[in-house]
Design a binder for this molecule. Structure first.
Ligand SMILES: Cc1ncc(COP(=O)(O)O)c(C=O)c1O
Length: 415
């Protein structure tokens, strides 16, 4: 592959896709793949969705970019759409998940300074993933990702995920905390679904201590978990929520939403982005959000997720090499009892695109437009693949061995 002029930041698979349609991708050799990854939770409407394609073509023929020095009516319309679906008050647009999180971090710090706290701290958690910029890398709870980039940014306090007592203990012992920042379900960290009332408890702690509750919904947002945002499963409102990935169905766009006092923190001159919320990105995102809502794809994510998890549970009943099958909506993790990154390549050879994160968790993030037949096909194909890999002949089940493959590509390294 002609990749020699590219910086070596990615372990790329030796495959290039040429076209896509719905949940299917077609490579340059004419091979067909069922895409259960959606560009890592980006193409929620699948590939080449007519509404998005039409919106992009139409907008490209009018106007691509004007800068944020002028009114951008499509940006205002998209902000209205997002505040309507989320219960938040105001939106700042940027171009990626990391940038949305940078906006949230800056907002929290400024909120602290506005209250006379000159060294504000933000609580973040183990195994979190928030991005690769310096502040979001610091917030990320993965030493491997941080190694070599020290000095990291100050002003972050680390706690275990899904541990309310640990947060209470920080509240009673640490001054100058201004916010908690967590993912409602950890994606890169291994599809960790916290206790059902985790976010409610965090909301209460934030209220009691005058902290901002900030949620990273870069991956969980835009319908993926069966609600527009995952916090809507809990009936709470965060002060700040960030999103990106699925918002533009492949056109880069990120957003930081805030409500109440947090919505008034960022004022002219405090933050900005040249490209953020430009007409092209907003046209694509409007088409995406409208299609998600009008085609009832968010409810569909919930139904499809149950169908896939039920299918996997039935298929792996009693399989001792499966540690857990978990998830919400179409964010699904299958945890094996040993590292299994090479399954990514084995699956691709069978025409199936999956991801492995945290070494031993197969992560499925299929498009929300998947048909029932495609969902059943996915369950069947994944089950067969894992059983062969684990040496499960259905008479006696053996342990999945941690094979020492040098081809551990496309694992969480590529987030
Ligand atoms: C929860 C979460 N936050 C932030 C990011 C970073 O987003 P981006 O790669 O668009 O900067 C990711 C990417 O995987 C993510 O999953």
């Amino acid at each position: 592959m002609a990749s020699s002029s590219l910086m070596a930041t990615y372990n790329r698979a030796d495959t290039a896709f040429e076209t896509g349609q719905g949940a299917w991708l077609f490579d340059t050799n004419g091979n067909k793949y069922l895409d259960l990854l959606s560009g890592i939770a980006v193409c929620g409407l699948g590939h080449n969705h007519p509404a998005v394609t039409h919106a992009i073509r139409d907008q490209a023929g009018r106007l691509l970019h004007t800068s944020n020095l002028y009114e951008i009516p499509l940006q205002t319309e998209l902000a209205n759409r997002l505040t309507n679906v989320s219960g938040m008050d105001k939106v700042f647009f940027c171009n990626s998940g990391a940038e949305a999180n940078e906006a949230a971090i800056k907002l929290a710090r400024l909120h602290g300074h506005n209250q006379g706290i000159n060294t504000p701290n933000i609580i973040v958690v183990d195994s979190a993933f928030h991005g690769r910029t310096m502040a979001t890398l610091t917030a990320t709870g993965n030493r491997k990702a941080q190694a070599g980039f020290e000095p990291l940014v100050s002003g972050f306090i680390r706690a275990p995920y899904d541990d309310v007592e640990a947060i209470k203990s920080i509240a009673s012992s640490t001054p100058n905390v201004v916010a908690i920042f967590v993912e409602p379900i950890q994606g890169e960290g291994g599809v960790h679904v916290p206790a059902e009332n985790y976010l409610n408890e965090l909301r209460s702690i934030c209220d009691a201590n005058n902290w901002l509750l900030m949620l990273d919904e870069v991956q969980t947002g835009n319908g993926r978990t069966g609600k527009y945002f995952a916090y809507q499963h809990n009936g709470i409102l965060p002060d700040v929520v960030t999103t990106a990935k699925g918002l533009g169905n492949g056109v880069p766009i990120g957003a930081c939403l805030a409500q109440g006092k947090a919505a008034e923190v960022l004022q002219p001159g405090t933050h900005g982005s040249t490209f953020g919320g430009n007409p092209l990105a907003c046209a694509a995102a409007l088409a995406t959000v409208d299609t998600l809502i009008h085609d009832r794809l968010i409810e569909r994510a919930e139904t499809l997720g149950k169908r896939i998890i039920d299918g996997l549970e039935a298929s792996f009943e009693g399989a001792n090499y499966i540690t857990d099958i978990r998830g919400k909506g179409l964010m699904i993790g299958i945890e094996l009892n040993a590292p299994c990154s090479e399954l990514v390549m084995l699956a691709k050879a069978k025409g199936l695109l999956i991801n492995v994160t945290s070494d031993s968790v197969i992560r499925l993030l299929p498009p929300l437009t998947l048909t029932d037949d495609e969902a059943d096909l996915a369950v069947d194909a994944i089950s067969k693949l894992i059983k062969v890999y684990a040496g499960d002949d259905r008479q006696g089940q053996r342990r999945a061995k941690g094979r020492d493959s040098s081809d551990r590509r496309q694992s969480s390294e590529n987030d």
